[in-house]
Design a protein around this ligand. Structure first.
Ligand code: SIN
Length: 277
């Protein structure tokens, strides 16, 4: 089968056709997918019939499977430690990932990529996901702001995200916290990127809190409001989307109150903490 690639925008996202992800994939094709992944950052594969095992098997071509901290801390026993369920019933008050973020950046080693397989899309046609390119976010900053941020570390705290959902970590349990460079260097491409996000980053270290708050809120606004950085994926049932969690933020759009949506996410690790640019 021939792989066909259709870019969603020049800067981020591509639809990939010509592959059945439930079947074994040869090394040449995986090499090609890796290249496409590094080039487009978000890959969309539609009409895939994946069992949980096939979903995990496809993810394993690219990295070791990650276990979400909500499972490790006992908050979410789940169905399988390596599967993170994104289940939004019709009567849900909130849904997962409604704010711009990269997945669990509070981990000492955050996942390099996430692969979300959505099987139920909301009947009102909503539930799209937005993605934003953090290389571009960095490159659009002024040289003065780049100089200010280069070399700074930011503290990421998993409890910030939990609090947004009204969840408390059980007594005696700890949720991950980690310091990462504000401007990181991608482990494979070597390119600099912005690595702070509103769901997990608490503050920039080594500066007064009000200055950190001012800078972070400006950066979050810049990512959220800058359509040049973004692409939007409209889900159809049985679509798998794989994104580079090192250089992409995403936001699940909650425009389907009263309708159900269901997906399962697998994340993978490359074993490398974000390095400073
Ligand atoms: C997430 O992975 O944070 C949620 C993405 C989505 O449900 O579209």
């Amino acid at each position: 089968m021939m792989i066909e690639v259709s870019a969603i925008t020049p800067g981020i996202g591509a639809e990939i056709t010509g592959l059945d992800l439930s079947q074994p994939i040869n090394e040449k094709t995986i090499t090609r997918l890796r290249e496409l992944f590094l080039r487009h950052l978000v890959l969309v594969f539609r009409d895939q019939s994946l069992s949980r095992e096939a979903h995990k098997q496809f993810a394993r071509y690219f990295g070791e499977l990650h276990v979400h901290p909500s499972h490790r801390s006992g908050l979410n026993k789940g169905i399988d430690p390596e599967i993170f369920v994104i289940d939004t019933p019709a009567d849900a008050k909130q849904s997962n990932g409604e704010a711009w973020h990269s997945d669990v950046s509070c981990e000492a080693i955050p996942p390099m990529a996430s692969l979300l397989y959505v099987t139920k899309v909301p009947d009102n046609g909503g539930g799209d996901t937005m993605f934003a390119n953090m290389y571009e976010a960095f490159s659009e900053l002024s040289s003065d702001l780049k100089t200010l941020l280069m070399g700074k570390m930011a503290f990421h705290d998993g409890e910030i995200d939990l609090r947004n959902y009204g969840v408390k970590v059980p007594a005696g349990q700890q949720y991950p916290q980690a310091s990462h460079p504000v401007i990181a260097r991608h482990a494979e491409t070597g390119k600099p990127l912005l690595f702070v996000n509103g769901s997990f980053t608490s503050h920039i270290e080594g500066m007064p809190r009000w200055e950190s708050d001012m800078l972070l809120s400006g950066l979050y606004d810049f990512v959220a409001k800058n359509a040049r950085l973004q692409c939007r994926v409209k889900w159809t049932p049985k679509t798998l989307v794989m994104w580079d969690n090192r250089c992409v933020q995403h936001q699940a759009i909650r425009d389907y109150v009263g309708f159900a949506r269901y997906g399962e996410r697998v994340s993978i690790l490359d074993g490398k903490p974000p390095a400073a640019a």
